[in-house]
Design a protein around this ligand. Structure first.
Ligand code: PMP
Length: 450
């Protein structure tokens, strides 16, 4: 989540291959006169070599304004599961464009999508659509508080649940402010954030069931919900330790606490039914976004009827764009494509991802770099570390070489491979063997330059 400031980003542009990013550089400078920092999300500032400007995306590739072609593993920060501009969603959306975009009311399409989601997602007895993951999380918090009559939300260090005041806490807190491991301080992540929300949030390290048990048992009467990424994709793609999700599930059931899985990244990416299907633990509520609509802005909260039906009993949620026709149409087509041929799209993502992970490990070993690859085929993480696994945010912050990772990511861009500044790679169904080979060759070059 770390954003570079503009100066750092500008300097980056002059490293690497001079001239390669000339037009992006010029646009970046022009943009800063109109768009603060030259971008529309602070999280896009950090991507080495500099914030690039793109003209086109197709399949597994991106094309920037300088004409450079990248194999893309950022994939719109996760939504693109089928490939950019995938035929099914594009055709389905096109078919709706002349019949209107927003009715300020319902359409049959959203009923069809709601029914489909309830069939696919284990926790989904009801669904409410929103336009972004950030909003979905806010609704989940409100539902949990409305249902339990309690106030506090437990969240974990290194987990990201959107940029809103109430959730943007302790995502990547510095060593000087994060406090002791077993009783972390809650750290606001942005200037301008309201300090009052700190009273509502309780921060814990993730993946430690003993600490979670102790905290929840002691404070059950204040805690409305526990929210977590079931796989911590926003830090190192850390999988849960064996028994951790099951333990959290048992505790929340026993203590009357709502368990929320934030599946904004894992949903429809790890499996059609998300991480909850893949890992076999069903939360009370789950938030989804990104991969459900292959790049169109659709998100949702899904969950148990008793909690979701608080929306008929005084819990309020609105939004002009909720259930908008193009996004819902795109989601229906995306789910069709993901389910096709018994999940062939997932097999392709897994195959490309596994080949990449193996190839990157081998390339790093040849370059004699201490390198860790962890995660799943559809989303994995690379870091420079001597550790054999990273189990939580503090491991990541303490034991991985983040500056070296950033240099690696910049060198990869020079070699025509785009991955995220924080070392997360995602695959899509359009990545093929040639993309994988090209990526591994690029990584060899990038590793040699370190
Ligand atoms: N939750 C998680 C786990 C996320 O990764 C993100 C976005 N990266 C969000 C919530 C926020 O979603 P959005 O950017 O759509 O608001």
């Amino acid at each position: 989540m770390t954003g570079l400031n503009e100066d750092q980003a500008r300097r980056r542009g002059h490293e690497g291959q001079p001239g390669r990013y000339r037009q992006s550089q010029a646009l970046f400078e022009q943009a800063q006169r109109f768009l603060p920092a030259g971008v529309s999300s602070n999280f896009r500032l950090g991507a080495p070599p500099l914030p690039l400007y793109y003209r086109r995306a197709e399949g597994g590739h991106l094309y920037d304004v300088d004409g450079n072609d990248y194999v893309d593993y950022v994939l719109g920060m996760g939504p693109i599961v089928l490939g950019h501009a995938a035929e099914g969603p594009v055709r389905r959306v096109e078919s709706t464009l002349r019949t209107g975009q927003l009715f300020g009311a319902q359409s049959p399409l959203e009923v069809e999508l709601g029914e489909r989601v309830c069939r696919i997602v284990p926790c989904a007895e009801r669904v409410r659509f929103t336009s972004s993951g950030t909003e979905a999380v806010q609704l989940a918090f409100r539902l949990a508080r409305g249902f339990t009559g309690k106030r506090r939300i437990v969240k974990f260090e290194g987990h990201y649940h959107g940029w809103m005041d109430s959730a943007y806490v302790s995502v990547n807190p510095g060593e000087d402010v994060r406090g002791p491991y077993d009783a972390p301080d809650s750290v606001l992540m942005s200037r301008g954030q309201s300090e009052s929300i700190l009273q509502d949030i309780l921060v814990l390290p993730w993946n430690n069931l003993e600490l979670l048990t102790r905290t929840l048992e002691r404070r059950a009467d204040e805690i409305a919900a526990v929210i977590m990424e079931p796989v911590n994709c926003n830090t190192c793609v850390i999988p849960p330790r064996p028994g951790y999700l099951e333990g959290a599930r048992e505790l929340c059931t026993r203590l009357g606490i709502v368990l929320i899985f934030d599946e904004v990244i894992t949903g429809f990416r790890l499996a059609l039914g998300g991480a909850q299907e893949k890992l076999g633990v069903t939360p009370d509520l789950a938030t989804f976004a990104k991969a459900i609509a292959n790049g169109f802005p659709l998100a949702m909260v899904a969950g148990r009827a008793a909690i979701m039906d608080q929306l008929t009993q005084g819990v309020v949620h609105g939004g002009t764009y909720n259930g908008g026709v193009p996004a819902v149409a795109a989601a229906l087509a995306t789910l069709d494509a993901l389910a096709q041929d018994d999940g062939a799209a997932y097999r392709r993502m897994e195959e490309a991802g596994q080949a990449l992970m193996a190839g990157l490990r081998a390339a790093a070993a040849r370059a004699d770099q201490p390198f860790l690859v962890q995660g799943f085929g559809a989303v994995f993480h690379t870091s420079f570390t001597n550790q054999r696994a990273i189990h939580d945010y503090r491991d990541y912050a303490r034991y991985t070489d983040i500056p070296r990772l950033q240099r690696f990511v910049g060198h990869l861009a020079d070699e025509g491979v785009r991955t995220s500044a924080r070392g997360t790679w995602m695959t899509c169904a359009a990545h093929d063997g040639a993309d994988v080979e090209r990526t591994i060759a690029a990584a060899e070059g990038a590793l040699r330059r370190l």
